[in-house]
Ligand binder design. Structure first.
Ligand SMILES: O=C(O)CCC(=O)C(=O)O
Ligand SMILES: [Fe+2]
Ligand SMILES: [Mn+2]
Length: 221
């Protein structure tokens, strides 16, 4: 991205990795849908993918029924992490969550094959609290958010490898999120070819719930 990577829309400074249906939506979600490109160093990306690869490779990609949210994926809920990865996850926690929030203890790891994609959905409020934070590895992708009541209101996030995205509050509850399939993977005019993408997703527990109170979350939370 040339220059500062920021586009001035009137008084609103919009980073080059977020697009929206209107300045009003961009402004309203400025703190609710956040992307931090380059959150991971190259070494940290390598640490995570090396650690995840053997666990993921044991699983098969799933191509679920027509009504499933995620297609062409394999996933794991990971509780044990190397010290180096724990340090990364602690940085995610500090960057995305407030001190009062408790995190769901296994971290969700999702591996989307190049043709894999995630249909629009809102993470279940039974299994997930106000904040979702995801690291992206390997391939860039586009995450689209669409208001569940006002489909004309949308936001698109460009998720480069090594980036962190955070969805909280209104972006998490009032908007669906999806990862575009390769054929539809554009960020404005810019084509974002999809390869295999691994995401590492931390979620807060539903408010008022204690760790251990949860059952098994379904795919797509
Ligand atoms: O892969 C991601 O970053 C998001 C996954 C997702 O939306 C989910 O598992 O609910
Ligand atoms: Fe989700
Ligand atoms: Mn899940």
């Amino acid at each position: 991205m040339a220059g500062s990577g920021r586009l001035a829309l009137g008084a609103l400074q919009v980073p080059g990795w977020v697009r929206g249906s209107s300045p009003a939506v961009l402004s309203r979600l400025r703190d609710a849908a956040v992307v931090r490109p380059g959150f991971l160093s190259a070494a940290e990306e390598e640490t995570l993918s090396r650690e995840l690869e053997p666990e993921l490779r044991r699983r098969r990609y799933e191509y679920d029924h027509w009504d499933a949210a995620i297609h062409g994926f394999r996933e794991t809920e990971k509780s044990r992490w190397s010290e180096a990865s724990r340090a990364i996850l602690q940085r995610v926690q500090a960057a995305a969550f407030s001190p009062g929030q408790t995190l769901l203890s296994p971290v969700h790891v999702l591996d989307l094959e190049p043709r894999g994609y995630i249909k629009p959905h809102v993470d279940s409020i039974k299994f997930c609290g106000a904040t979702i934070a995801g690291l992206s590895l390997l391939s860039p992708s586009v995450m689209r958010l669409v208001h569940t009541q006002e489909p004309g209101e949308w936001l698109e996030l460009l998720l480069e490898p090594g980036s962190l995205y955070i969805l909280r509050g209104s972006a998490r509850y009032d908007f669906s999120h999806e990862i575009l399939r390769d054929e539809e993977s554009f960020f404005g005019a810019r084509r974002v070819p999809r390869g295999r993408r691994i995401s590492v997703i931390c979620r807060s527990l539903p408010e008022g719930m204690r760790p251990g109170e949860l059952g098994q979350p379904p795919p797509a939370c």
